[in-house]
Design a protein around this ligand. Structure first.
Ligand code: SF4
Ligand code: SF4
Length: 127
């Protein structure tokens, strides 16, 4: 399962994801992290069988949690490099008639692979 975690000025300074992984034994995969001094947003993939345990612990430590269920979306930072097209397992991305990268969002299976490779952080999961 995929989750967007939001950290505030207090929680962003603590090693919460590491602690949660150690205490629950869950292999938490970080797909995207945008972390500053006063706040942070991190997208994580949590094994289904560990998700309840992991979420309880994150909530206890004050992290805001949103489950990601919507398909991939893109913002204006896209430079049409094609990295997402090369890696997507379900051919969500394609080259349109204007020779630009376009999206068939309905084919997205929420694997997060494109988010990892996008050089401009243009891809995201809407919540
Ligand atoms: S990887 Fe990012 S910048 Fe490159 S085409 Fe895809 S969305 Fe655009
Ligand atoms: S999240 Fe996975 S399936 Fe969805 S568009 Fe990105 S690479 Fe393709």
């Amino acid at each position: 399962m995929l989750f967007l975690l939001r950290f505030d000025a207090r929680t962003v300074r603590e090693p919460i994801i590491s602690l949660t992984a150690i205490k629950t034994g869950a292999l938490i995969n970080i797909l995207k992290a945008d972390v500053g001094a006063r706040k942070g947003e991190v997208i994580v993939e949590v094994p289904d069988e560990k998700s309840v345990e992991v979420l309880e612990m994150l909530k206890k430590m004050g992290v805001e949690i949103h489950e990601i269920t919507k398909s991939i979306a893109r913002n204006e930072r896209c430079i049409h490099c094609g990295a997402c097209l090369s890696i997507c397992p379900t051919e969500v991305f394609y080259i349109n008639v204007e020779k630009k990268i376009d999206i068939r969002a309905e084919k997205c299976i929420h694997c997060g692979a494109c988010i990892k490779v996008c050089p401009t952080m243009a891809l995201y999961f809407p919540i």
